[in-house]
Write a protein that binds this ligand. Structure first.
Ligand code: ADE
Length: 287
């Protein structure tokens, strides 16, 4: 029997075992909630400090802070570093707050040579760079089977279109902090791009080249695709935004220490701006 037939049979079996998974996730009645997540406490404190009507709640020991940001209902949580922590926090959050959208904000290593420290990548898509098979000839990426539907997940999880549109608009109007870099003072540039995620901190030019070649990735980090996968499987719109704190090379740890703070400030400033635009009318559709 061919591999694809085996895959199809497994898929059908999983669907039968799991039952059907409804096409649209039910959202809590009333005003929709937007979830804002970040891997480091610094990134999250910046957002929590902006909240009014603040309410704290512990779920399974994790802290969730809800409130209003620019008049919009939000819940903010710190995931911790890595894919497992990110997936755990996202799942708890979706279960208990039923958000309509999830935005992840934080820092990343820049892979695209056009990007400088402090620049921002709005993730059009996110992929796990460490999920697949290591063959004798090298690595091939592959999505795992979605346990709810039995179908294989895509390698790239696409961002929510509305959030993507708002992020682009927000980037044009937000006032970013300038950075003092080795080559002088600069204002961050914002691009749309591909973000790859793995449970490793990348500080190697060889690995950068590989990620660039295999995924055409612009930035590498340790949580985005895990959050995007949970959102994909739970049918919640998601966007990952990353500010470049280092170039994922041998200076990565040193650079991250120096640029983390400013990168986090700018990434969360963009998120605040997006939340402020959530009620705005959608852009006119292109013909
Ligand atoms: N987050 C920030 N910089 C990173 C890097 N170089 N690798 C993985 N995650 C990161």
């Amino acid at each position: 029997m061919g591999q694809s037939k085996v895959g199809m049979i497994i898929g059908i079996a999983v669907v039968l075992l799991c039952g059907s998974h409804s096409a649209v996730r039910p959202v809590k009645k009333g005003e929709p909630t937007t979830a804002l997540l970040g891997a480091f406490a610094k990134e999250i404190i910046l957002l929590q400090n902006e909240l009014t009507e603040r309410q704290e709640r512990r779920i399974e020991g994790m802290k969730f802070v809800s409130g209003k940001l620019s008049g919009r209902k939000v819940v903010v949580a710190w995931t911790g570093v890595g894919k497992v922590n990110a997936a755990m926090t996202t799942t708890l959050l979706i279960e208990h707050y039923r958000p309509q959208k999830v935005i992840f904000t934080g820092i990343a290593g820049g892979l695209n040579p056009e990007l400088s420290l402090g620049d921002i990548v709005i993730g059009e898509k996110a992929a796990h760079h460490d999920m697949g098979t290591y063959w004798p000839e090298g690595f091939t990426a592959k999505g795992v089977r979605n346990p709810f539907t039995g179908w294989e997940n895509p390698i790239f999880f696409e961002a929510d279109e509305r959030l993507l549109e708002l992020a682009e608009r927000a980037a044009g109007q937000v006032k970013f902090k300038t950075l003092k870099t080795r080559s002088g003072v600069k204002t961050p540039k914002v691009i749309k791009g591909t973000i790859v995620t793995g449970d490793v901190f990348v500080a190697s030019e060889d690995k950068c080249a590989e990620l660039r070649k295999s995924f055409k990735a612009d930035a590498v980090e340790m949580e985005g695709a895990a959050v995007a996968q949970i959102c994909f499987q739970q049918k919640v719109g998601c966007l990952v935004i990353r500010s470049i704190s280092d170039k994922a090379d041998e200076k990565a740890r040193e650079d991250m220490g120096m640029f983390h703070e400013i990168a986090a400030i700018n990434s969360s400033a963009l998120v605040v701006e997006i939340v402020g635009l959530l009620d705005s009318a959608p852009a006119v559709e292109k013909k």
